[in-house]
Design a protein around this ligand. Structure first.
Ligand SMILES: [Zn+2]
Ligand SMILES: [Zn+2]
Ligand SMILES: [Zn+2]
Length: 130
């Protein structure tokens, strides 16, 4: 059963690329260190910051609508109506990859660097680099 006191945010910054080597940076906003070349890049995306700050969600305990009023995730919020606590967690972005063997679409959680994937349909293995 899912923990009802954790809610995934509806918004996330788009995945950013390292300005130096073009590989994917760790997800999120602020200063991110490239896992491939070590460069530190500043990731900013004002529309996402606005969306996160204005994000509203119903309290999991009493359904009162609460405004996040911060772009920090995870963030612990306290409901003003019932004083129940819950955590708003970062949205996880999934990347879609075509299997080179059977062209099945795989949805994976991207992480910077190279790793081996195994297709669940045709069992072929391949390396993927973000
Ligand atoms: Zn880099
Ligand atoms: Zn509440
Ligand atoms: Zn496949």
């Amino acid at each position: 059963m899912a923990d009802s006191s954790e809610i995934e945010s509806r918004y996330a910054a788009p995945l950013a690329e390292c300005a130096h080597c073009g590989h994917m940076l760790p997800q999120g906003l602020g200063e991110k260190e490239c896992k491939i070349c070590g460069a530190v890049c500043r990731v900013s995306h004002q529309p996402t910051v606005d969306n996160l700050t204005d994000e509203t969600l119903p309290c999991p305990h009493c359904s009162t609508v609460i405004v996040a009023s911060t772009d920090e995730r995870p963030i612990e919020l306290t409901c003003g109506a019932c004083t129940g606590k819950f955590t708003l967690t970062p949205k996880i972005i999934k990347a879609e990859i075509d299997c080179p063997g059977c062209e099945r679409m795989l949805r994976i959680r991207p992480r910077p660097g190279t790793r081996e994937l195994k297709c669940p349909a045709c069992e072929s293995k391949f390396n993927i680099t973000f």
